[in-house]
Design a protein around this ligand. Structure first.
Ligand code: NOJ
Length: 515
């Protein structure tokens, strides 16, 4: 009999999402970098996460802060050097932290040498690496785009006219982010080389940007949801190829896809039959209001659509593209704490966005401070490391303003306060790591009052229950059996018998009294 396949590490992991520009500055230029991040790896190991995902670090003109790549196999000088990256990976691995990098395969920068060549003439060797079209027949050149597809981030047509070669090129995002044409095998070959470059440098996986948009059929009339220029069949085929590449490496390198769709059923299809993505973020939960009914429905959808495929969920409640969870959930610290209890006790791989463990809210960004053309600066504010005026950032003022309340919500201050959000995350992460029920156990909703959520996680004799009151009235829960509060948003309750009562926005992780 052959041995059962080992459970891949990433199913039991908690991933921490580092927006590198805003995490920690090593050289005092006001922009976070790899040296700064490396100096704070101990903080992450102590926090108790298992892996870090770095936002893009490759050379880029930074129109979209690294999601516009000008060279796939290097590090932008603002973040450091390849030697800094290698040192970071080595240190992280020594501390037991895995490293994922962000990979942007759907588009390049318009300053990537491939696109510079592609737009130099219609005969250029890289011309067909991108998607070029004439306008509709009978229209004056340059006046009407080939079809009505719309671009993300700043809106407007997903096509830009190139005066030099008198054709339109496709861009799902900014005009300076031309889409690659993955139907051209040369593109796939170049991307494979780039992926190998990072896997050979011992990264443990990749978060793959805008992966649902890889397959496209610009000649198809009409458009996909949201007017996206995409064709799912082509994407599925490409994902099977990419998976093969990732899995040809030892060590279960993980492929996490950004499938930014609002429909869990559609997201689930990107796991294929266990032969496409390893993980795909469940965005419908992130986009849901913090209300018990909405959450129950979203979680039931995950079970309904993921379980039949044996797809393992990836949960995320904040990232660099949306306002932070605390801001979206009404601004209170109670919401931030309750959301932490939920995120870290669900069945799936949780992704924590750096700074959520401090309970940060978005920064207020005045017009003079705005940097992102898509208006997403608020959640990208720098991490405050201490309560001093420079919050532990050496040298120049950081590239964005501080999040509000940084004087109180910073690493040093919260480290010294056992009732802080930071300590809640540490307790939750330690408990999760030590419990088979919480990492690999089953998931079942429990009956509870309408404004609450209650669910059971179980693996053999190991059991945990999570209870959350998302309403504004106290609620009484009648759980089967007797439970003790193991971790709670109100730390004072820990170690006590669970009374069955939850105050508004109170949440707790419970262990059975007689396991
Ligand atoms: C998704 C990334 O998360 C976002 O920041 C970026 O603007 C787009 N993809 C385009 O790459």
């Amino acid at each position: 009999m052959s041995a059962a396949p080992e459970r891949p590490w990433w199913k039991d992991a908690v991933v921490y999402h580092v927006y590198v520009r805003s995490f920690a500055d090593g050289n005092g230029d006001g922009v976070g970098d790899l040296v700064g991040l490396r100096r704070h790896l101990d903080y992450l190991a102590t926090l108790g996460v298992d892996a870090i995902w770095l936002s893009p670090i490759a050379p880029s003109p930074m129109d979209d802060f690294g999601y516009d790549v000008a060279e796939y196999c290097d590090v932008d000088p603002v973040f450091g050097t390849l030697a800094d990256f290698d040192a970071l990976v080595a240190d992280a691995h020594r501390l037991g932290l895995r490293v994922l990098v962000d990979f942007v395969p759907n588009h390049t920068s318009d300053r990537h040498p491939w696109f510079i060549d592609a737009r130099s003439s219609r005969e250029a060797s890289h011309r067909e690496w991108y998607v070029w079209r004439d306008g509709p027949p009978g229209t004056r050149p340059g006046t009407v785009p080939p079809n009505p597809w719309l671009a993300h981030l700043v809106g407007g047509p997903a096509w830009t006219w190139d005066e030099g070669t008198k054709q339109w090129y496709l861009h799902n995002f900014l005009a300076s982010q031309p889409d690659l044409d993955w139907r051209n095998p040369d593109v796939g070959a170049a991307m494979e080389e780039a992926i190998r470059f990072w896997l050979d440098r011992h990264v443990d996986g990749m978060r793959i940007d805008a992966v649902y948009a890889l397959g496209k059929d610009p000649d198809r009339p009409g458009s996909g949801p949201g007017n996206l220029a995409w064709a799912p069949d082509g994407t599925h085929l490409l994902l099977r190829g990419l998976r093969h590449l990732f899995h040809s490496y030892p060590g279960e390198r993980v492929m996490v896809g950004e499938v930014f769709l609002r429909d869990t059923a559609a997201i689930a299809t990107y796991y294929g039959q266990g032969d496409e993505l390893d993980l795909a973020f469940d965005f419908p939960l992130l986009l849901a209001p913090f209300e018990a009914r909405a959450w129950r429905e979203r979680l039931e959808e995950v079970v309904a659509h993921f379980d039949p495929r044996q797809a393992w969920p990836a949960f995320v409640l904040s990232n660099h593209d949306v306002p932070r969870l605390r801001t979206r959930y009404g601004g209170g610290m109670a919401q931030a704490k309750a959301a932490a209890v939920a995120l870290l006790t669900l069945r799936g791989t949780p992704f924590i966005y750096a700074g959520d463990e401090l309970g940060l809210a978005d920064a207020t960004i005045g017009p003079r401070d705005a940097r992102d053309p898509g208006g997403r600066d608020g959640s990208r504010a720098p991490i405050p490391w201490d309560a001093t005026p420079s919050h532990g950032w050496p040298g120049e003022r950081p590239w964005l303003p501080w999040p509000s309340d940084a004087q109180r919500l910073n690493v040093a201050t919260e480290d010294a306060d056992p009732s802080s959000v930071l300590h809640l995350y540490r307790r939750l992460l330690a408990t999760r790591r030590a419990s088979a029920a919480l990492t690999r156990g089953s998931f079942a909703m429990l009956r509870s009052p309408p404004c609450t959520l209650a669910y059971l996680r179980a693996a053999g004799s190991d059991r945990r229950a999570t209870v959350i009151n998302l309403g504004d009235q106290s609620a009484d829960l009648a759980l089967p059996g007797a439970w003790v509060v193991e971790v709670a948003t109100d730390a004072q309750a820990e170690g006590q018998r669970f009374s069955g009562r939850l105050e508004p926005l109170e949440a707790a992780l419970l262990a059975p009294v007689d396991p």
